[in-house]
Design a protein around this ligand. Structure first.
Ligand SMILES: NC(=O)c1ccc[n+]([C@@H]2O[C@H](COP(=O)([O-])OP(=O)(O)OC[C@H]3O[C@@H](n4cnc5c(N)ncnc54)[C@H](O)[C@@H]3O)[C@@H](O)[C@H]2O)c1
Ligand SMILES: O=C(O)C(=O)C[C@]1(C(=O)O)C=C[C@@H](O)C=C1
Length: 343
């Protein structure tokens, strides 16, 4: 979309072909070295993939997008490459992804407005840093410079520990009664979405960052113990104990609120208050595309979107987040085109 020629290569040629058909580039080999080689393979294969590309002189610059940065760099350094090769490498990590794998899960706007971490060292060639910055800019992401180990500590907090917590919550459902599971609403969908991710990829990620994640999970475990104690106190027949329990729970909820407001909004700044227009859709192909097209015809920009599926029903609720003044315009336009709007 930005006029850059992209050559795709995968150890499974079928994946590269599918990505090419979807418009991600061409699966034909380049005629000579490319400007930038991007290695986007599971973390455990990153160092070998980079070293192989460097030895074959496939590009002027090399980067990877793995979710961990310290391990792949150290593995690459241990492979005994020429230092001139190493200076042409920069480790990066776009802070956006999907719980599904492969080209069919890809979307063109995945990185828009998201942080994209770059981990240059003193030896990184300026031209390579600039190529990486150009890539981030093409993807409309926001560059953030960090050192590799600082990055790994940060993502332990904002990505790796939450991933495990999501799995732990989802694991409670494995043998739960069907009568309970059918009641799943949006809250548990939000909390467990990422638990659908590829376990192989996550074993690689967690194996490369076990210490910081274990430290954080141990803090969560302490909080859990205190929360369980507070809940047990709420069951007590002693009034003073029950009050203690209420304080304990209030404390957890207050601390949760205080942490949640620190989560940045879509464009990296404080979350913005959008108005929600909720539209009822039937479970048929093309419904979402029609809503988006109708919103576009009404001149309304959709800032965010959420979909709630009702269990066991052929219908769902699409929540369109728009600027406050655009909400009445969108509601009226969609009603006029036959959509049912939920207040
Ligand atoms: N999915 C996310 O949420 C996310 C977000 C940011 C970064 N990342 C990182 O991006 C990288 C790729 O993840 P993904 O989600 O795109 O995975 P994916 O499974 O969608 O794609 C990985 C591709 O690599 C191919 N592959 C595997 N081993 C290979 C090898 N040795 N040589 C060549 N190709 C090989 C696979 O066939 C597959 O097509 C990982 O390092 C991951 O940590 C993922
Ligand atoms: O939202 C998702 O599905 C993700 O995969 C997101 C997520 C994250 O934790 O933020 C997961 C791992 C990647 O390294 C980067 C992004």
């Amino acid at each position: 979309a930005r006029g850059v020629t992209v050559h795709l290569r995968d150890h499974d040629p079928e994946q590269a072909r599918t990505a090419a058909v979807l418009g991600a580039g061409t699966d034909e080999e380049p005629e000579g070295p490319v400007d930038l080689v991007i290695v986007a393979v599971p973390p455990a294969h990153v160092a070998a993939g980079l070293a192989d590309a460097m030895r074959r002189g496939l590009g002027r610059g090399y980067l990877d997008v793995a979710s961990v940065k310290g391990g792949p760099r150290r593995e690459l350094e241990a492979l005994g490459l020429d230092p001139a090769h190493l200076s042409r490498y920069i480790g990066t990590h776009p802070m956006s992804g999907r719980e599904k794998s492969g080209p069919l899960a890809a979307t063109g706007d995945l990185f828009e407005g998201r942080p994209w971490v770059l981990t240059p060292t003193r030896d990184t060639d300026t031209e390579v840093l600039n190529l990486a910055l150009e890539l981030v800019s093409h993807c409309r992401a926001v560059p953030v410079v960090m050192d590799a180990d600082g990055h790994d500590r940060a993502v332990a907090l904002v990505s790796h520990m939450p991933h495990l917590v999501s799995n732990l919550v989802a694991a409670r459902l494995e043998h739960a009664e069907e009568a309970a599971v059918r009641l799943c609403g949006q809250g548990i969908r939000d909390v467990t979405r990422i638990a659908a991710s590829d376990p192989g990829m996550w074993i690689d990620i967690l194996s490369a960052n076990p210490g910081p994640v274990a430290d954080l999970l141990s803090e969560v475990a302490t909080d859990l113990d205190e929360t369980v104690r507070a809940l047990r106190a709420l069951q007590s027949s002693d009034e003073a104990k029950r009050r203690e329990g209420v304080h304990g729970i209030q404390d957890v909820l207050r601390r949760g609120n205080a942490g949640q407001v620190r989560v940045p909004g879509k464009h990296g700044s404080a979350p913005r208050a959008y108005e929600t227009v909720a539209v009822l859709i039937s479970d048929q192909p093309g419904q979402l595309a029609r809503i988006f097209a109708d919103a576009g015809m009404a001149g309304v920009n959709i800032e965010d979107v959420r979909i709630e599926h009702a269990t066991g029903q052929q219908a769902g609720l699409v929540q369109l987040m728009v600027e406050q003044k655009a909400a009445p315009v969108l509601s009226a336009a969609l009603r006029e085109r036959g959509w049912t709007i939920r207040q």
